[in-house]
Design a protein around this ligand. Structure first.
Ligand code: DLZ
Ligand code: SF4
Length: 511
């Protein structure tokens, strides 16, 4: 009997050059690519229904593409009556079905699934080869070389090394424009009349329609609108979205990267993170494409550097940190946050217009841009003292691009400071004034962003000061928090108590 090799491709590994497919010979009947749709993955958090359609749709299209290239693909659908519903069950069935003598898989994107894979050699009784995920610019070894022995892990220094090493936006040994980071030029408020470009959003084909029907039937009460569904599910479609971004949005992306406008979910953002995170696009190619726009004089440096910083800097950094810090990272709760996640994160039913708009948009599109995630939904959760695990499960569920390697450092570290400062040197806490400066939300809000207390005051205002008072012992010594604590130092105890009481009353009212 010959050797049959089964190569398992996970739902976020949809790349032809994937390490587990590297030595695959199309046309060889002893080589089987296995892809499985499993209930376990569809339910480990209550995913947005568009996220389910996106991943299963992209998996089915990728399987077709492999078949068209002559690869033998064994594809198990979610509604196959024999489907056991788990990766472990489906791999075991496939090994038996093909009398496999060897399993190859590219490492998973999170500890939970990595541990499953590590258990298979013993349970299946055949060799299991786990290969490194070659779709990141920095390998584990490369990142660990940077991170090991460091006291602080600031993205900026890692980012500079990546720029030097890849040559992206470099003129010889120097950064283009003699500046590494143009973040200060990424914070313009959006002029109210500035038109926002219409976006290219692919229409679902017959195969994706089938998945929409499947998800509608299986998850009738799941979170999130199913339609309109406008995510790309193939590499070709994702490339069209990328081109559209480069041509119509990139030139203004830098200026308005942090801006928000009511009813405008995409603004000048690329919306390609889901495609990068499931492998339809690769980080190096999108950075190169953006740099080419700068070199051709079609996009300014603050836009292109801002984009490259997100992909080559931040994305690689959080991925490196996720694996470097290990599975215990998620357990910390530096600020002792203990409230449950308010219901309006699912219903959008709140008079706070910034939050209602952000959540409503997430429900409609499985998408929010980084400032909505950080400074609206994240900031509120931190100020309100919501349990980190609740916040993280929400972020992991509702965004089309969310996988734990990227979600956890962003939420646990950046947005809620639950890690006590490993990722972010200070909590990104802000009162209503920040949201007012960066958006048009406050004008139409029932609350008054200028009022600090009283029934019409913007809740972000008293929640912000109550947050600083509650966490004074932990945060006061942080040099980046010196300014607000100087202000707080001028408050008498009566004023402090009043703010704490107002915040408590508001938060108790949410439960
Ligand atoms: C997120 C997801 C979902 C919803 N469904 C599947 C699936 O049915 N089959 C699959 O292979 N992958 C799926 N995924 C992606 C996996 O959850 C992802 O590969 C792991 O989270 C990475 O560790
Ligand atoms: Fe949000 Fe406060 Fe502005 Fe209302 S007033 S939109 S709650 S920041």
């Amino acid at each position: 009997m010959g050797v049959t090799t089964v190569r398992l491709v996970l739902g976020d590994q949809l790349t032809r050059g994937l390490s587990s497919l590297a030595d695959l010979r199309p046309g060889d009947p002893a080589q089987v690519v296995l892809m499985v749709e499993v209930q376990e993955e569809a339910t480990y958090v209550p995913h947005h229904r568009q996220k389910l359609v996106f991943i299963l749709g992209a998996m089915r299209h990728f399987a077709e593409e492999l078949r068209a290239a002559g690869v033998r693909v064994d594809y198990v659908r979610l509604d196959d009556p024999a489907n056991t519903g788990t990766f472990t069950g489906e791999v075991a069935r496939a090994v038996a079905r093909h009398k496999a003598t060897r399993l190859i898989v590219t490492e998973a994107g999170e500890w939970r699934v990595r541990r499953l894979i590590e258990s298979w050699e013993a349970s299946l009784g055949i060799p299991v080869e786990m290969r490194e995920d070659n779709r990141f610019i920095a390998s584990h070894a490369r990142f660990d070389r940077w991170a090991s022995g460091r006291k602080t892990y600031r993205m900026e220094f890692f980012y500079r090394e990546m720029r030097r090493e890849t040559g992206i936006l470099m003129d010889g040994a120097d950064p283009v424009g003699d500046q590494w980071n143009l973040d200060a030029e990424n914070r313009r408020a959006l002029p109210s009349r500035l038109p926002i470009p219409a976006r290219s959003r692919p229409a679902p084909d017959v195969m994706t329609r089938e998945v929409i029907d499947l998800v509608a039937e299986r998850f009738p009460h799941g979170f999130g609108d199913l339609e309109p569904f406008g995510w790309a599910v193939t590499r070709d479609e994702a490339l069209v979205v990328l081109d559209d971004f480069l041509m119509t949005c990139l030139p203004s992306f830098g200026d308005y990267q942090d801006a928000m406008r009511h009813g405008a979910p995409f603004l000048f953002h690329s919306t390609i993170s889901p495609y990068l995170n499931v492998g339809l696009l690769l980080p190096r190619e999108v950075c190169d494409a953006a740099e080419a726009e700068f070199r051709a004089g079609r996009a300014p440096l603050n836009a292109v550097e801002g984009f490259v910083r997100q992909v080559l800097g931040w994305r690689e950094y959080v991925r490196g940190m996720y694996w470097h810090l290990g599975p215990k990272y998620a357990a910390s709760n530096a600020l002792g946050a203990s409230r449950p996640l308010p219901d309006f994160y699912w219903t959008a039913q709140t008079p706070m217009r910034c939050l209602a708009d952000s959540v409503d948009q997430v429900r409609r599109h499985a998408y929010a841009h980084h400032i909505q995630r950080l400074m609206v939904t994240g900031n509120f959760a931190m100020l309100a003292g919501v349990r980190p695990a609740d916040v993280e499960a929400w972020y992991l569920a509702v965004f089309a691009d969310a996988f734990e390697w990227v979600e956890l450092p962003n939420t646990h570290g950046m947005a809620t400071w639950a890690d006590g400062g490993i990722i972010a040197s200070k909590p990104y806490a802000a009162s209503g004034a920040y949201i007012d400066r960066m958006s048009d939300y406050c004008g139409g809000c029932r609350y008054d962003v200028k009022a600090k207390s009283g029934p019409t005051a913007c809740p972000f205002n008293y929640l912000y000061w109550a947050f600083l008072i509650r966490n004074e012992e932990i945060l006061k010594g942080n040099p980046r928090m010196a300014m607000p604590y100087r202000t707080l130092g001028t408050w008498n105890s009566g004023r402090r108590a009043a703010v704490l009481a107002e915040a408590e009353t508001f938060l108790d009212g949410l439960a």
